[in-house]
Each structure stands twice: as C-alpha cells, then as structure tokens.
Design a protein around this ligand. Sequence first.
Ligand code: ADP
Length: 378
Amino acid sequence: MNILVLNAGSSSLKYELWQTSLEAIAAQQDKRLLQGEIERVNSMSDALTAACEAGASACPDNPIEAVGHRVVHGGDIFHSSVVINEEVENQIEALSVLAPLHNPHNLEGIRVARRHLPDVPHVAVFDTAFHFTLPPYAYAYGLPYDLLKTKKIRRYGFHGISHRYVSWKFAQLHGKTTAHYRLITCHLGNGCSVCAVEHGRSVDTSMGFTPLEGVMMGTRSGDVDAGAILHLVIQEKWQPMDVLHMLNSESGLKGISGVSNDMRDVLKRASEGDARSNLAIETFCYRVRKYIGSYLAAMNGADAIIFTGGIGENSSGIRMRICEGLSNLGVGIDGNANLSTNRDPRRIGWGNIPVWVVPTQEELLIARDTLRLIVSST
Ligand code: ADP
C-alpha cells in the first residue's frame, strides 16, 4: 500500500511516500519512495497539490492509497492513532487551545488533504499518545487539584512518535520486544526531550503541558522558574505575548549564545573561544545529563541510553559531554565508536548501561500505524 505521510507546520509541509504492507513491516522491507519539504507555505492547498503530484509521479502505476498525518496534541482524548472522520477533526480543533502553535496547522493539513484525496482513509498519529501511560504522579503538577481536573493542566509530553520508534528499534535489534527493557531515550533536535520508557511504556518525559518544558532547546528555554516569568509580567510589565515569544523563540541555545539556534554554529563559535557559546553548550549538556539522572532514579536504573534527533544522531561531542559526568553510574562512551559517522543504529558505549545512537524515523512509524489501522478496520 502506498501511504503519503504529511507533517504540516506553521510555514512548511514535510511529506514522504512509503510503500508498506503487513508482510513488509514484519520483514522490515517498507520502502520510502519519496521525501520532500515545501518551505514558506502561503497556501496549504497549493502545497498539498504539489506534494500529491510529486507522490503520483513517484509511483505512476499505483495511486496514493492512504494518508497518515502527524498531529502534535491529542490531549487526554487520543491514546493511540485514529482513522480521521468529522468528529476526530472537531476534537483536534478543540485541542488547539492546548497547542495553539501546532494543532491549527496540523488540522489545516488534514482538512485540505481530505478535500484533495477524499476517497482514501486518513489517519492521525499523535505526538502525545505514547505518553498516555504516564502514572498520575508523573503527569500531575504540584498545583491545585482542581486545575488538573477542570482545566486539564498536566504533563502531556511530546515527541512520542520518535521515543516510541527508537525504543522499538532498539528492542528489535536485540531480537526482543520493548517489554524486556528500561530505556532512556534522548531526542535532541530543534526541539529536545528525554523519555523514560519502562517495558515499552512511557513512564516520564521532560516536555510537559506544552513542548516548552524540560531540557534546553534551540530556541526554547526548557525548565524555568514560573516565578521569574511572573516577575517579568508583574514588575517589568512584559506583555503575555512578549513572554511567549521570548520563551519559545529567543531562548535556549540562541538566547544564551546570541549566535544561533543551530548547534553546529554554536559549537563552531565555542571552538573559537566564544564564552557565551560555550556556556550555551555546557548548559544544554548539563540539563540533558540531569534528566538522564532523574530517569535512572524513576526506573531504578536503565538498560540503555539512546540518542536520536539531529543533534543526538550527529554530534559526537555533545553526546560525549552529556555522558562524561555519568561514569560512576555505569555510563561510559567509547571514543572511537562515538566518532563513527555510520548512519545505522549503533552502540557507542560499553559501560554497565550501554549507550546507543538510533536514528529516528517518525514518518515510517506514521506510515506503519496508518497501514495497521486501515487493515484492522476493513
Ligand atoms: P527537528 O527537531 O526539527 O526534526 P532535527 O532533528 O533535524 O530537527 O535537528 C536539527 C538540529 O540538529 C539542527 O538545528 C542542528 O543544531 C542539529 N545538528 C544537525 N547536524 C548536526 C551536527 N553534525 N552536529 C551538531 N548538531 C547537528
């Protein structure tokens, strides 16, 4: 079956075309036929027309038979992937208040794609769904209980598609299921999050009510004392939208270094002796290390630590700096293995707690979920 996977953002449309089947999944012979991105999207309809045309020319003999959509926020409604109908669209729309920067764009992608391809099933795969298994003590904030119950203020967690994929892949490489392992998965890309995966279930994760919480990111602050924000609003008279912009777009690596949100630029400037770039990198690594430590505590140990995402997969230096303070906990990185630029999943540390790099494949997981749902519902 040919499945178009769409990731509709605020100004871009990423798409991939996958050919898969139950047999292909079992044999891991799913094939990616096409990968593309349309940047600076003005009209989602035009962008989708272009993506569908590219898809059609990549497989002229077989039409697109289903569409899988990445949706950031599934709230406490969607615990797994679903076939999209009118009601699901409306629920995703209602969840936009929880993810105003993401869900409206995802939903627009869904609506336009359903108009473009009305005769094929469309499936939504949520970034939050994998974290549905968090126990209440991990998702509750220390806030009045009423806010949890009536306003749904709680940890949801994101990047679930990636955390789920790399933990599955790790287990599969060992010929086992995820039920055998306690894993700490570190997705370090533009957005960054760490996840504790116990026996295949997410039991804690660093992103929270929004993708702002947790480790420091390219432009997002990660954890910050809410009191500091209140100080800016009350004493310094900052407007809420200014605070939102500062926390999401002017903080993190970019905010501390003043150089860039791209780790490669910050590393380069740090190597030239720039003190702020060095501080940005030290802060970044220290915070990831602290989260790894807290998830070792959450699971009473771990069977592996897995790095993924643009930084996690490509930056040997960042991986080294994150892990170098963990040697007494049994985490060690092998210098040569760490430096390898091999693109396959690979082990890079031989301590008691092995360290791995597992490249993520979120689109593949979306294509597989889409296929499985369609097959099981027909
Ligand atoms: P997204 O989270 O948007 O999917 P990616 O996972 O592709 O993004 O991660 C993008 C980030 O990965 C870039 O901003 C860059 O900082 C980082 N990155 C990519 N390659 C390298 C590298 N060789 N060294 C360090 N950082 C890298």
